[in-house]
Write a protein that binds this ligand. Structure first.
Ligand code: MN
Length: 288
């Protein structure tokens, strides 16, 4: 099932070129009192919501994809976990390009870096626009397979890691290049794009061999496959949970292949990941 959030917090099933409104399925999410439980409550209650959504589909209003404003598939992740230097060809380009490396000499292996977090406040869906900051600095696109965790998960193993996954989505890890910490340069508002929908894990059983392509204004910039990940998805979940407890709705951006490069206001980034789909993401016409 392809599940999306859109417009004013509505819930939809994506089929072909349409979104089918199944918003009443959200009524199954139990009411909350302060403090809200850890984890996104749509994802924490996904099995029940999916079952109800399936029943609502036949009577749901159908809208063309282009008529809705896509929100991120998860409204309240507790964190957005990111993998740095996780494709060999991106490691090579990072060593070769001073505009990426900014003097770093330790561009070696993900095991030397660990993972980093992007601020949740940076998260947007494909119905929004990336609003660039700092015209004097390089603002890059990084297309990545995004994993949405479905169940609380601590000290996972590679063997059981995929059993914790709710689904997959596309991630754009927008980045300001520079010497500062990654969590700082990559957490600008709108710099964590996720969506346009979540493909549930039962429809995408193997995330370890998916093509991904990013074009800017029609020109191919990134073209790779998740089989080239240094740490693949099961290993990334194992690695993340050595340090973090992952909660339902937490998002893992799995890393980007070679071809990262700058965008400027007005650019259109076309994102494609096999099994998920294709969608354009616009860069706002003005700097924020
Ligand atoms: Mn990245």
């Amino acid at each position: 099932m392809k599940l999306c959030r859109y417009n004013d917090n509505r819930l939809g099933i994506v089929e072909g070129n349409e979104v089918i409104d199944v918003t009443p399925a959200l009524d199954l999410i139990p009411p909350m009192r302060y403090p809200a439980p850890m984890g996104d409550q749509l994802i924490a209650n996904l099995a029940a919501v999916r079952a109800k959504a399936g029943g609502l589909k036949a009577g749901g209003q159908r809208l063309p994809l282009d008529a809705v404003k896509f929100l991120p598939p998860v409204g309240n992740p507790t964190k957005i976990v990111n993998a740095p230097i996780n494709y060999d060809d991106h490691i090579a380009e990072s060593k070769a390009d001073a505009g990426i490396a900014h003097g770093r000499t330790n561009i070696t292996h993900i095991s030397d870096w660990g993972l980093f977090l992007k601020a949740n406040s940076a998260l947007i869906g494909f119905g929004d626009e990336v609003k660039l900051r700092f015209p004097d600095r390089r603002n890059d696109h990084e297309l990545e397979l995004a994993v949405i965790i479905g169940k609380t998960c601590h000290k996972a193993t590679q063997a059981d890691a995929l059993s914790y996954v709710a689904g997959y989505s596309m991630g754009l890890d927008m980045t300001i290049r520079g010497k500062q910490q990654t969590c700082w340069r990559k957490s600008v508002d709108t710099y964590a794009v996720c969506g346009p929908w979540m493909v549930t894990a039962d429809e995408l059983p193997d995330p370890t061999a998916l093509d991904l392509v990013l074009k800017v204004n029609g020109e191919v910039r990134q073209n790779s496959n998740t089989k080239f990940l240094v740490y693949n998805i099961p290993r990334l979940i194992e690695y993340a949970t050595e340090m973090y407890t992952l909660h339902p709705g937490d998002i893992i951006f799995s890393g980007t292949p070679a071809g990262v490069g700058p965008v400027v206001p007005g650019d259109v980034m076309s994102c494609y990941i096999q099994g998920i789909g294709e969608r354009e993401m616009r860069v706002a016409k003005e700097y924020a």
